[in-house]
Design a protein around this ligand. Sequence first.
Ligand code: FDA
Length: 300
Amino acid sequence: MSIVDRFIASTLPFVPKPIVKRIASRYIAGETDDEALHVASELNGRGFRATVDLLGEHIRTLDEAQPALHQYIGLLESIAQRKIDSTVSLKLTQFGLKMDKDACLAMVDSIVNRGAALNNFVRIDMEDSSCTSDTIETFRRLREKHSNVGLAIQAYLRRTAEDVAAMEHLKPNIRLCKGVYVESPEIAFREMNAINRSYVSILERLLRNGSYVGIATHDEAIVREAKRIIRELQLPVTAYEFQMLLGVNDALRNRLVAEGHRLRVYIPFGREWYAYSVRRLRENPRIAGYVLKAMLSAKL
Ligand code: FDA
């Protein structure tokens, strides 16, 4: 992590909110369902699929989960009414994973259930390592009942290869990402080559197993390796998709779609955008470098 990254990350809380909003607006679709679905629909028009993520995590009481529960159900209904090609992504801590696993499971179950009735799909994001086991366990229990639920896993965790092996019989629908939280070297690879090696090996294992994989990355080297594996396994374009975050590397996104691959854009939105932006930057100051680039190119 460079001194510049560290400096930006530590000073961000003192940057005026309107400026943070201006920078974040490239990565966050707005505050309301309408704004997020407008972005999703606009992306659909350009050949991309979407997944919308209502920002918010780590609630303090289970009651605080209720608004998010209703909002996710409303989102699924609006997506269906407006015929938008978008799934939803959610974080389990937003539904009280850390307080009451059964209550969390019941709430997410009702979202997945509504998604099934509307022919839609729910992806569970993966949070920091204190949540990994409980998130996988919740996914397993949901997957036993529903086929329209998938899980995100992180290639930087040393445990992930084993987690994947233990889930193989479920043929899980997996989003594979590198991992965004700062974790200790005891549990996570820290060096980029090691993370990339783990990513490619897990990707190949999942695809060979017949899992549908959301290849979530903006790293051109990983994209090249993914295409090699897809070619070698002679997979049809329906067996996988690429996934990228809103506002990141539009050129790569356009190229992949022009080549005939499916690509889903992850669209975060919600009133929690400020806390989310600041926390993410503090958690992973490397992202601060991206923000600096955005600041330099933004017309503030
Ligand atoms: P890498 O970090 O090497 O970045 C490659 C290049 O992409 C960089 O050089 C930079 O130019 C650009 N880039 C990457 N991220 C950027 C950003 N935020 N802003 C601007 N430029 C950026 N993580 C997690 O722990 N749990 C999860 O559930 C998810 N979910 C998720 C969904 C989707 C659709 C994506 C694409 C990513 C996630 N992630 C995630 C985040 C993921 O773990 C990872 O931190 C980022 O995608 C960055 O990793 P890359 O594979 O892009 O490589």
